[in-house]
Design a protein around this ligand. Structure first.
Ligand code: COA
Length: 261
């Protein structure tokens, strides 16, 4: 039996490696357009509008047959997807089950993105949602990345014909579409942490968040935190990590970054 070697996430350089001259020139133009020095090219690719679009196109090319829908296209899709997401989230022990009641307002507000397999009668195979969290002291709303899931047979690590980087494509889409929003993602899932890392998420301390936002995101039960006072949570900044997109990190005043595990 053939055993497939574990694939490592490709770095940006690897993605661009079969460098056509045009692509190299394009990345240099993007760096210049972002007004950064060449050493900052990687950051420029992730943070400039043009760079994000190039990366999005490259990622989505690696998920043939998958359609990504949000906003009006999602609302036009019909209603069956609500049930599908409910079933998918119910089957995942680490996810809160999400029903139509939860999902509909977010979908209308353009904060739900689905991955749909067009080769399987438009079956829902992945999802990511930006949930409203809390306003900071300046009145700016913060959002939390959540309901981030790819069905098992379509995960990158799955063995089989449907294994694709759908999680990456979903992540990239949502960060790009909502780049002007303040976003955070908390998780104890190492795969989700690595996905964020591939997309330039900055790992910060929970204590670097605005206090209202910190309080709003730390609502885990005592069984998980070991305390009824979540300020004393023992897994905070240890097993449980908070990351923010580069744009949010910059707006926060570039707080100290913690190393990725
Ligand atoms: C989190 C989740 C969406 C990630 O899906 P996925 O990226 O397809 O990844 P897999 O779980 O198959 O990843 C397994 C391995 O494949 C490899 N991999 C994944 N995407 C890759 C990519 N684009 N390029 C190269 N390697 C990749 C990595 O080695 C990864 O292991 P690592 O994360 O330790 O580095 C998926 O695991 C899931 O739905 N989990 C259940 C729900 C959940 O817990 N969600 C997170 C809540 S915060």
């Amino acid at each position: 039996m053939k055993i497939r070697a574990k694939r490592k996430p490709p770095t940006l350089e690897v993605l661009l490696l079969p460098k056509t001259k045009g692509l190299t020139v394009l990345t240099e133009m993007i760096g210049a357009a972002a007004g950064v020095v060449p050493a900052g090219l990687k950051t420029a690719m992730r943070t400039s509008l043009a760079g994000e679009l190039v990366l999005r196109a490259l990622t989505e090319r690696r998920t043939p047959g998958i359609k990504y829908v949000s906003g009006d296209a999602l609302l036009a899709l019909g209603e069956d997807w609500y049930k599908q997401i409910e079933q998918i989230t119910k089957a995942e022990p680490h996810l809160l089950t999400k029903t139509r009641l939860d999902l509909e307002p977010a979908a209308i507000d353009g904060r739900v993105t689905l991955a749909i397999d067009t080769g399987e009668s438009d079956r829902v195979v992945g999802c990511i949602v930006l949930w409203e969290l809390e306003r900071d002291q300046n009145g700016h709303m913060w959002y939390e990345l959540g309901t981030f899931v790819v069905v098992p047979d379509h995960r990158y690590g799955a063995r089989g014909p449907k294994a694709m980087p759908i999680a990456d494509a979903l992540y990239r889409r949502v960060l790009h579409a909502h780049r002007t929003k303040n976003i955070l993602g908390t998780t104890t899932n190492i795969h989700a942490i690595h996905t964020g890392q591939r997309h330039g998420m900055q790992m910060v301390s929970f204590h670097a968040l605005p206090s209202e936002v910190h309080l709003a995101t730390c609502i885990c039960p005592i069984s998980k935190t070991g305390t009824s006072n979540n300020a004393m949570c023992r897994i905070k900044d240890a097993n449980c990590r908070v990351r923010v997109p580069h744009a949010t990190w910059t707006r926060m005043g570039s707080p100290t970054r913690l190393p990725y595990p």
